[in-house]
Design a protein around this ligand. Structure first.
Ligand SMILES: [Zn+2]
Length: 311
């Protein structure tokens, strides 16, 4: 590494459905400055202009017109058409990647799930472990995998998309679970009952009146019998998700992010439930809550400038 490289700053942009966060980091990924803009909901052109503005702001803050900037996005790019697909963004169905790179030549594009995993593997809750899986349990369910602090990409960046695997037949039958249509176009994906909205759906299915996941866990903590039954089924579904990750990738650590990772003690509940289903004579990975949490999105985006380009 040259002297110039070691002095380099890194820019990150986290594009979400409600805000676009830009942050400048030093070479050790310590945050120096940050700025948030509302995500334009109306037109594609407005969205591109807002990303342009964040990119320009980062370049000015860094006093470097050639600043390398990573951007983390939800959704994915079609392998066949190259078009972008994401809920809640006016870029869906557009050649978003081509338009971004044409306007912003120093931009590196990656999925938000991958930014989370990268940030938690490097200096985060998975720091020091060789094999780190970052799992986001929020409005959706999915993750990404790092080995030695680098993302594993695969043919089209699908490694870690566990939310769209089907719920196991034995679990579905044991709890008489409904088959819910998933946003991906199929039915009975794990995400439909494990992610935040999925847990709420599961509670309704089992007859629990609750306003959201927070209330479900508050009732659970008070030993409400119905809430305990709901969380019990949910933990079985989580264990299936975690076992799938273990059997396919065998990580040392699984780092949890997203809204459900904020539930008090959730990592211990998940470790315990996974331990009941692992193969005899094996142990489950260490399950930890994220160190940087939501801030891993923009931090990991900045790290994309040092890592693989995956989108
Ligand atoms: Zn699905």
């Amino acid at each position: 590494m040259t002297t110039t490289d070691t002095k380099r700053l890194h820019g990150g942009i986290d594009l979400g459905g409600t805000k676009i966060e830009a942050a400048l980091f030093d070479r050790d990924f310590k945050k120096l400055d940050t700025r948030r803009l509302d995500t334009p909901r109306g037109s594609y052109e407005d969205l591109l202009a807002a990303i342009d503005a964040q990119y320009a702001w980062l370049s000015v803050q860094a006093q470097d017109p050639a600043l390398a900037v990573g951007i983390g996005l939800p959704g994915y790019f079609s392998k066949t058409s190259g078009l972008y697909h994401a809920a809640n963004l006016p870029a869906s169905g557009r050649p978003f990647r081509d338009d971004l790179t044409a306007r912003l030549p120093h931009l590196v594009i990656g999925q938000d799930l991958k930014c989370f995993a990268l940030s938690e593997a490097r200096g985060g809750a998975g720091d020091g472990a060789r094999h780190v899986f970052g799992l986001i349990m929020g409005t959706g369910l999915g993750g990404a995998y790092c080995v030695d602090g680098h993302l594993v990409d695969g043919l089209q960046g699908l490694v870690g998309e566990v939310g769209h695997l089907p719920i196991g037949a034995a679990t579905a039958r044991a709890h008489d679970l409904p088959q819910i249509a998933c946003g991906c176009g199929r039915i009975a994906c794990l995400e439909t009952l494990v992610a935040g909205p999925g847990l709420e759906r599961l509670a309704r299915h089992l007859g629990l009146e609750a306003t959201g996941t927070r209330e479900i866990f508050a009732l659970y903590a008070k030993a409400d019998a119905q809430a305990q039954a709901v969380v019990d089924v949910w933990l079985d579904l989580c264990a299936q998700t975690l076992l799938t990750i273990q059997m396919s990738l065998d990580p040392d650590v699984i780092v949890l992010g997203g809204g459900l990772s904020n539930v008090d003690g959730v990592e211990r509940l998940l470790e315990d439930r996974l331990s009941r289903v692992v193969l005899r004579g094996t142990v489950g990975p260490s399950i930890r809550r994220a160190k940087f949490g939501d801030a891993s999105g923009v931090r990991g985006a900045a790290m994309l400038t040092q890592d693989l380009v995956i989108a």
